[in-house]
Design a protein around this ligand. Structure first.
Ligand code: F3S
Length: 396
């Protein structure tokens, strides 16, 4: 791989061991991916921030990096952890867990993280062609598939080193030749709600794996529908780009390249099969905001609550970013939701958290991504419920 004089200096350890380690990790992965050189990035996004994910081993690496003077060299955001100072009273996962999680967040802040959220695109909207180093699959898919930005689907650790270095390896989805559809998916199923969009996303991810799909037949009417679809596709699949017909910048003008690729379809039967995976009835709580809820989604919830003039009778959790929270606060909606018994949490994630240890067993959610991970990470069951369903059954 070609290295500039400055990169060679870093590689030789002349800029300290932290940068040396960072460049060596990025180069090693880059060489395996066939990269020709390193390329500056404008935004890094790190995943794997939860104490439950990275544990003491991850924390110890972060301590070493921090003590070695690690700082992010570029605008950097990171995924949410399980709890922060404000929420640990409510999600009390025990002192060792809370202390571990707080220390992780505090080290990331020291290194220069600007925000903890899985929706970094609400903080800094990606531009077409911009080079990013993002982990967190929903964010990568939105950046590539909707904004036409260029990011590989990095691991959390790699994005961490790329943030320190301020550069990524030039290969994979950063290179135009690699952004070509590999399989065409025809959506024949009737897709009518956010839950349906998520279910179709799960099916697409399951069927295409790491291949880049070209998806026809989807006609999303809102950002939330696209977000639900891509977040779910990124959960069950390993791809970093989904080309949505008439929507994705990369899907424009490439009809000719679709002739010789494999074709599959998804129909109503497939959709029913995957929705039948929902596996509980006695709901303990509702979880909204996986990925972190947008202004529009929370406004929809508030509107439904006001229309029905109801208050929550069971725990109803909304997870969002500080950015969205502040915007809604200015509109008076956060006070309204709180007065109706809704718990609004910022900068944390309920899905990667040990909810089972707090006695929760069954969670209602409109999010197929949450449904995918709740049994795996939070060790709880789930049932699909859209916002009107949640307001109808968990408010009075
Ligand atoms: Fe975000 Fe947690 Fe879902 S990080 S995408 S709310 S699993």
């Amino acid at each position: 791989m070609y290295l500039s004089k400055e990169e060679e200096r870093i590689y030789e350890g002349e800029a300290g061991w932290v940068l040396e380690k960072a460049i060596k990790v990025v180069i090693k992965v880059g060489e395996a991916m066939g990269a020709d050189r390193l390329i500056p990035i404008s935004h890094a996004h790190i995943s794997g921030v939860g104490y439950g994910n990275i544990g003491e081993a991850g924390l110890s690496l972060l301590r070493d990096l921090r003590d070695g003077g690690a700082r992010f060299n570029v605008y950097t955001t990171a995924n949410p952890g399980s709890v922060d100072d404000d929420s640990s009273y409510y999600f009390n996962y025990g002192t060792p867990f809370i202390q571990g999680q707080r220390e992780i967040l505090s080290i990331f802040k020291e290194m220069g993280v600007n925000a903890f959220t899985c929706t970094p695109y609400y903080y800094r909207e990606p531009r077409a062609g911009e080079i990013l180093a993002w982990a967190e699959s929903n964010a990568v898919l939105i950046a590539n598939s909707i904004y036409g930005a260029r990011s590989n689907r990095e691991s959390g650790l790699l994005a961490l080193f790329e943030a320190i270095l301020g550069k990524a390896y030039r290969a994979g989805l950063l290179v135009d030749e690699n952004r070509k559809p590999q399989i065409l998916v025809n959506i024949e199923a009737r897709v009518r709600s956010i839950i349906d969009y998520g279910l179709v996303g799960l099916l697409v991810g399951e069927m295409v794996g790491e291949r880049i799909p070209y998806v026809v037949g989807l006609k999303p009417q809102s950002h939330e529908e696209v977000k639900a679809f891509l977040a779910a596709a990124g959960s069950s699949g390993g791809m970093g780009l989904v080309m949505i017909d008439r929507l994705s910048p990369d899907a424009i003008g490439i009809e000719g390249s679709l002739n010789n690729i494999e074709r599959i379809s998804i129909d109503d039967k497939d959709l029913r099969r995957v929705s039948e995976d929902a596996i509980c009835n006695e709901v303990d709580a509702a979880l909204i905001g996986c990925p972190h809820a947008s202004v529009e989604l929370i406004e929809d919830l508030a509107r439904l609550i006001v229309e029905k003039n109801v208050s929550a009778t069971k725990p109803v959790w909304v997870f969002t970013s500080h950015h969205v929270y502040e915007e809604l606060s200015r509109k008076g909606l956060i006070d309204l939701l709180i007065s109706r018994g809704v718990k609004v949490f910022t900068g944390i994630c309920g899905v990667i958290s040990p909810l089972n240890t707090l006695g929760y067993r069954c969670i209602a959610t409109p999010s197929a991504k949450a449904a995918f991970y709740l049994p795996r990470l939070a060790r709880v069951r789930y049932v699909y419920m859209d916002l009107p369903g949640i307001v109808a059954s968990m408010f009075k």
